[in-house]
Each structure stands twice: as structure tokens, then as C-alpha cells.
Design a protein around this ligand. Structure first.
Ligand code: PGA
Length: 253
């Protein structure tokens, strides 16, 4: 695994202020688990409060609008997120691609906007089950990467990729460790093609899709996996910490 595993909780459309207690507990525990870089992406409405409650973990958003501002009712710009305390944003999650018709070009515009606003980005990619069954998983993901990644050539530390097979999200199903390793190696090649050998080698690649405390150690040990993007299991401190502890133990070897 990469030097310091990066474990990110994506709360999706879950959480009111009552859930800040979970964020506090995660933050407190992170102090003992400094070998792992921990972050949470709560809904927009909790970003500011989470940032105030948590001092050690990263806090980010789940999406942003590509424009700096303007007549876009209901949308939030990258600068607004940064102002609220977000240090990063997820872009191109498959739920946004499916629910809001976001295409690769939209995802890239959002990623560029976030970086321009001084935030890091987690760019999500992943194939559907039909695409995997058709033997197209790696080519689909390669195309998504080529179309969605920010164009900035100085991406060091600013860009993380999350590989999330659509069929593994929220289903309890995961690819085999071999399949994850093969996909992450293929992603690494594409990253090096885009950003060059050296820069492309530094981009972290997270695995996401049904990561739980009991499978985290196995999934995190797959080739080229630098951490995890966790949905359902990040909603309570208890289960999210189970994953963080597994990452810390894997780090200790
Ligand atoms: P899950 O979601 O962990 O609930 O499968 C992962 C994600 O969509 O980021």
C-alpha cells in the first residue's frame, strides 16, 4: 500500500447535526492512528460544522459546480466550499453521473474549478456490471480517466483517483483482490500516460465499493491500492474506525 493510506468517508445524502458526534469520535480516534490519513465528505450542510468539530481529519465536499458563481439556483461553487472549510471535493461519483447525467467533460470542469479554488479533488471512475461482463472494464475506466481528470500538469498531491465499480457500490459485492489489482495497475498506466512517469506514479488510487471493517484489510492489500472511499460503513464511528484500524495495521505490516 502507499506510504500513508488515505481513508475517506462519503456520507452521501445522510446526516444532520446529530451526526456530528460521529465526526467528533472519528476525529478523536484519528489522533491515535496517525499512520492513516482520514477524511470525511459530509453533505454540504454539515461541512462547516464538521470542520469546526474536527481538528485532525480532512473535511471535504461530495460535488461542486464548475462555475465561480452566478445564476445557478441550488448549486454550490468550489470557492464557497472552500470558504465553508472544505479542503477537497469528490467529483464524478457514479451516483452523480447516473442521477444528474454528468459526463466526463462535466467532471473535468468541476475538478479544474476545485483545483483553481485551492482544493484537492477525488475523481471517481468505475464500470457497470454489463461493461465488466463484456470485458470492457479497463477500457471504460481508461476513457473516463482521460476525459475526467483535471488538465493541470502539476497535480502532485492535488488529485486522487477513486476506482469504484458501479456494481459494487452499496451492494455488499466486491471484485476479487486480483481484479482490483489489475484495474489499479491499469489506472496507474493511464495516469502515467497523462501526467508523465513521475507525477503519474504519485497520484493515489483509492478503491471504493462495499468496503467494510471485515474486508478492508484484504482489499487494501491489493496492488496499487492507496486507500479507500467508503460509503455506508463511514456513517458510524464504530464501523469507519474498524476500517481505519485495518488500514493502520496493514501499514504496520
Ligand atoms: P459503499 O459506497 O461503501 O456504501 O458501497 C461507496 C461509495 O459510493 O463511495
Amino acid at each position: 500500500m502507499a506510504d500513508r493510506p488515505y481513508i475517506v468517508g462519503n456520507w452521501k445524502m445522510h446526516g444532520t447535526r446529530a451526526m456530528l458526534a460521529e465526526a467528533r469520535a472519528i476525529d478523536r480516534a484519528a489522533e491515535r492512528l496517525m499512520k492513516v490519513e482520514v477524511a470525511l465528505a459530509p453533505p454540504f450542510t454539515l461541512i462547516h460544522a464538521t470542520r469546526k468539530e474536527a481538528s485532525l481529519i480532512g473535511v471535504g465536499a461530495q460535488d461542486c459546480h464548475p462555475a465561480d458563481g452566478g445564476a445557478h439556483t441550488g448549486d454550490i461553487s468550489a470557492a464557497m466550499l472552500k470558504d465553508a472549510g472544505a479542503g477537497f471535493t469528490i467529483v464524478g461519483h457514479s451516483e452523480r453521473r447516473a442521477d444528474h447525467g454528468e459526463k466526463d467533460a462535466d467532471v473535468r470542469a468541476k475538478a479544474d474549478a476545485a483545483i483553481a479554488a485551492g482544493m484537492n479533488v477525488i475523481v471517481c471512475v468505475g464500470e457497470t456490471e454489463a461493461q465488466r461482463d463484456a470485458g470492457k472494464a479497463e477500457s471504460v475506466v481508461a476513457e473516463q480517466l482521460k476525459g475526467s481528470l483535471p488538465v493541470d500538469d502539476d497535480v502532485d498531491g492535488k488529485v486522487t483517483v477513486a476506482y469504484e465499480p458501479v456494481w459494487a457500490i452499496g451492494t455488499g459485492r466486491t471484485p476479487t483482490v486480483e481484479d482490483i489489482g489489475a484495474m489499479h495497475r491499469s489506472i496507474r498506466k493511464v495516469l502515467q500516460g497523462i501526467y508523465g512517469e513521475e507525477e503519474g506514479a504519485k497520484v493515489r488510487i483509492l478503491y471504493g465499493g462495499s468496503v467494510k471493517p471485515d474486508n478492508a484489510a484484504e482489499l487494501l492489500a491489493a496492488d496499487e491500492v492507496g486507500g479507500a472511499l467508503v460509503g455506508g460503513a463511514s456513517l458510524t464511528a464504530e464501523s469507519f474506525l474498524g476500517i481505519i484500524v485495518a488500514a493502520a495495521e496493514a501499514q504496520e505490516g
